[in-house]
Design a protein around this ligand. Structure first.
Ligand code: ATP
Ligand code: ZN
Length: 285
């Protein structure tokens, strides 16, 4: 049986979270600074460590079967691959920025101006949509210094907090694209490889679901149980066991982290006490 070839970024902003994801999925492999390839000890997979820019092309060509890459890079290179799953990490945006002192009137500001970027295709698509003609300077790194050295009047770059722009005397004026890490796959995977990808996605789903839920235990007077379980339905239904103290029960259930605080308030108001909230490692429904 041939192994699933998985391309991940060798070193950069996608690497740590990509490695962590496979670890949480129980897939073990070695990562070394000088390593280009590593075979997992307990899952039929070979990991290829590459520059993120090369990943969409390698997945299209079948050099890798699947890969993890930012949506920004995938769309910029326009390669013909499938998106298997959005992974929820490396969230960032591609934005236009100008020197802080500019009194920015709107996108028309860029008409006839020059913009430095590593994302010429994404930028061009946006400017075309807005009907703006600008000169695009392609630079492969440190785009944010371009205005300071007189290379361009604006930049189009990746932003997460805006700190890098700020420290280079720039301000963000237009958001043109939102991105997160994606798992992409080759369009012509063999049936055998597809089974491996499905089993990988099954594990990733279990990890992601667990991370967005909590296991909640609490004590409640029996008369209040109905009020409380209304807000904690659980995977199938909550578990209710009697406490040694007459008239009281312990309720166990699973709650979505996103509506956690609101529901905890409701439970407390209904008379719940001794509330414990426990992280879940894997969740399979
Ligand atoms: P490589 O050497 O592999 O070409 P790179 O320098 O092009 O790396 P990184 O800066 O490591 O790329 O970013 C990789 C991806 O991580 C980006 O394409 C983007 O999707 C995402 N990313 C970039 N900057 C941030 C950030 N500040 N916060 C979150 N995600 C980011
Ligand atoms: Zn890159």
């Amino acid at each position: 049986m041939s192994n699933l070839k998985i391309a991940i970024q060798k070193s950069g902003r996608l690497s740590d979270d990509s490695i962590k994801l496979f670890k949480e999925c129980g897939i073990k492999f070695e990562v070394g600074k000088s390593k280009l390839k590593s075979t997992s000890r307990n899952f039929p997979a070979d990991f290829l460590f590459l520059r993120d820019d090369d990943i969409p092309g390698y997945v299209e060509d079948g050099v890798a079967d699947v890969g993890i890459v930012g949506e920004n890079v995938l769309v910029e290179y326009g390669k013909d691959v499938d998106t298997a799953k959005a992974l929820g990490f490396s969230k960032c945006r591609l934005s236009l920025a100008v020197p802080r002192e500019v009194d920015y009137p709107g996108i028309e500001y860029f008409e006839g101006k020059s913009i430095a970027t590593s994302y010429p295709n994404l930028l061009k698509k946006y400017l075309d949509k807005k009907g703006v003609n600008a000169q695009i300077h392609i630079i492969s790194g440190s785009v944010e210094i371009a205005p300071g050295i007189g290379l361009a009047e604006g930049v189009c770059d990746i932003v997460s907090t805006g700190g890098t722009l700020l420290s280079n005397g720039l301000k963000e004026v237009e958001e043109i694209f939102q991105s997160e890490a994606l798992m992409i796959s080759n369009k012509g995977l063999s049936d055998e490889k597809r089974v491996l990808l499905e089993s990988l996605l099954f594990r990733i789903n279990a990890v992601q679901k667990a991370q967005s839920h909590k296991y909640v235990l609490l004590n409640a007077p029996n008369a209040k149980i109905d009020d409380i379980i209304r807000v904690m339905p659980g995977m199938r239904s909550p578990t209710i066991t009697p406490l040694k103290q007459e008239g009281w029960s312990s309720i166990h259930s699973v709650l979505k982290e996103s509506d956690f605080w609101e529901n905890i308030e409701t439970m407390r108001e209904a008379g719940a006490e001794g509330i414990l909230v426990i992280p879940i490692e894997k969740m399979i429904s």
